[in-house]
Write a protein that binds this ligand. Structure first.
Ligand code: SF4
Length: 330
């Protein structure tokens, strides 16, 4: 798999997934070797549990996956439906919110406080995801939208200056993977992760296939690239889903990261990079342990336990609504 490398593009790099102590940010180990090894991963190691519990857990996940398959509305509406019903499920958003700050998890997923208006970075990220989804769906339909069509889509949905979004689209087109088939775009799923975990819900941005090899891709956008946000948890969950559902023996996992820039002709640092997430069984085991710990803490908070605040308030979108917010750094 080769991508055209331009001055706007960093070569692919690899990271290993890591698991931080609860409530701390992820110090991802980063490896700059651009070679992409074959992934020969087998099934993940389940945590010990009785056969009866395993059967019950799988049955719950299967029933929920069937509900999702039959659901006629949007994935967001499905999530709201689950929440109204009080269904116990896990998602990457739950875990990332809890690990950022337990009190944020409480505000976001127990009190269900919504930020109005939504932060700009959230709106911009959503429009980029929708534009990229249109672009990649075009491959599956044999009618790939032109850059002009995607720019018009951005202009229709973005009230502010769309230069940064249009530049991200230019980078996506420059860096499109050659020779890969688009299997699914914005694919919602429910998967069984094993252990004592409830069904896990997620949406994969992009699933690709080349011969017997699959790849999951997550699009990210930000003002600057940092190694801190190279957390592989989300991609590991997606990769597990693809291995289970598509019987994929080999599944690579990538972050395609876009840096917001006003003018591609005037940048000194690349504005796009592709990050390959390495896989090994021990790391998957640690992912499961991390999810189990997070889920236990979520259950405790939902049952009325104390949700502590973290020191991340200066970069928390809830700081304007949070009674525990510390204002010392913003
Ligand atoms: S403002 Fe601070 S205490 Fe409140 S949710 Fe955010 S990080 Fe937690």
């Amino acid at each position: 798999m080769r991508s055209p490398i331009t001055k706007t593009t960093l070569p692919a790099r690899k990271i290993n997934i890591v698991r931080p102590p609860m409530g701390q940010k992820h110090p991802a180990k980063v490896h700059h070797d651009p070679a992409i090894p074959p992934n020969t991963a087998s099934s993940p190691i389940p945590l010990p549990e009785s056969e009866a519990r395993q059967r019950a857990r799988r049955k719950r996940a299967k029933a929920l996956a069937a509900s999702l398959a039959e659901w006629k509305g949007s994935t967001g509406a499905f999530v709201r439906h689950l929440d109204r019903q009080g269904v116990d499920y896990l998602s990457f958003s739950h875990v990332s919110s809890l690990e950022f700050c337990p009190y944020r998890y409480y505000l976001e997923f127990v009190r269900r406080i919504r930020l109005v208006p939504q932060p700009d970075y959230f709106i911009k990220g959503r429009i980029l995801h929708e534009a990229l989804a249109r672009y990649y769906r075009g491959f599956g339909r044999g009618r790939v939208p032109t850059p002009d069509m995607l720019h018009k889509f951005i202009d229709r949905h973005n009230r502010a200056d769309g230069s940064q979004l249009k530049n991200a689209i230019t980078l996506a087109i420059q860096n499109v993977r050659q020779g890969w088939e688009v299997v699914a775009v914005e694919k919602p799923f429910i998967t069984d992760l094993g252990g004592s975990l409830p069904p896990c819900l997620g949406v994969v941005d992009l699933i690709l296939r080349k011969n017997n090899c699959y790849a999951v891709v997550d699009h990210k956008s930000s003002r600057r690239f940092t190694d801190d946000d190279a957390d592989g948890l989300q991609l590991e969950i997606y990769r597990n889903f693809v291995r289970q559902s598509y019987k994929a023996e080999v599944c690579m996992a990538f972050y395609d990261e876009y840096r917001w820039v006003d003018d591609l002709g005037r940048i000194r640092k690349p504005a796009f990079r592709r990050v390959l997430l390495e896989y090994n069984l021990q790391e998957w085991e640690s992912v499961l342990n991390r999810l189990v710990r997070a889920h236990e803490e979520m259950l405790a908070i939902r049952k009325g336990g104390r949700a502590s605040g973290s020191g991340n308030c200066y970069m928390c979108p809830f700081k304007v609504r949070c009674p525990k917010a510390s204002t010392s750094r913003w």
